[in-house]
Design a protein around this ligand. Structure first.
Ligand code: 13P
Length: 253
């Protein structure tokens, strides 16, 4: 059984004050949720204050990026060790916005994943195709290459906790969600690739969908057998919407 994960990627939104207030609203709305892992990914500056707010709650904290070195003369960067020290358990790596605006490549993604695992920080590793790649029939090739390069050199035991997020770029912030069937097709494909590399571990890997997930489409996405949760952008910024997504309805609940 894969425990579902609902993660909120706040991107470059919320001051420390807003972040702390958000947690105080969210915690009451989701206090009785036990069967879903709730994660929030605030901007770096709000991580520590949010960690203080979620102590003893059913909410864990993720960063949105990390550098691969442990420490050194790397102005502006944050290391896995610093994130763990601040109370983070997870880190989003390879988000398409980082690939698009900050020269992230499959190679840097791989270094970040490897360094994070080495320190005990769990990667939420993002992959996804652009609209041009989808329309020219390259989706599966792109996803396969991102997965294989991003996870290059990892052992099955390294892979044990890694979370994958499939986020088609054309669905991010556009209001255009992949249909649940479109998403399921890619999720099943990703699990197949993972089985080829990591064998049985792949059955335990959580694969999240991201891209315009909202309270009104989460239920149908979560019906699909290979969709194990969601990485939510815009709709994770409002406590009520995020709580409704966390409380998605399936046949099991
Ligand atoms: P939206 O939910 O705003 O489309 O963003 C998705 C995303 O990029 C999450 O990482």
């Amino acid at each position: 059984m894969r425990k579902p994960v609902i993660a909120g990627n706040w991107k470059m939104y919320k001051t420390v004050f807003d972040a702390v207030r958000f947690i105080s609203e969210l915690k009451d709305l989701v206090s009785n949720v036990k069967d879903v892992q709730i994660i929030v990914a605030p901007p770096f500056l709000a991580i520590y204050p949010v960690v203080q707010e979620v102590k003893d709650l059913n909410i864990l904290v993720s960063a949105q990026d990390v550098f691969w070195e442990e420490e050194g003369a790397y102005t502006g960067e944050i290391s896995p060790k610093m994130l763990l020290d601040a109370g983070c358990n997870y880190v989003i790596i390879g988000h398409s916005e980082r690939r698009q605006y900050f020269q992230e490549t499959d190679e840097t993604v791989n270094k970040k994943i490897t360094a994070s695992l080495h320190h005990g920080l769990i990667p939420i590793f993002c992959v996804g195709e652009s609209i041009q790649q989808r329309e020219s029939g390259k989706t599966l090739d792109i996803i396969e290459s991102q997965i294989k390069r991003g996870l290059s050199g990892l052992s099955a035991s390294d892979m044990k906790d890694v979370i994958i997020a499939y986020e088609p770029i054309w669905a991010i912030g556009t209001g255009k969600t992949a249909t649940s069937k479109q998403a399921e097709e890619i999720h099943a494909f990703i699990r197949g690739i993972l089985k080829g590399i990591f064998k049985d571990i792949a059955d335990n890997t959580r694969i999240l969908y991201g891209g315009s997930v909202k309270p009104d489409n989460i239920d149908e996405l979560m019906v699909e057998p290979n969709i194990d949760g969601a990485l939510v952008g815009g709709a994770s910024l409002k406590a009520e919407d995020f709580a409704r997504i966390i409380k998605f309805k399936t046949k099991l609940r």
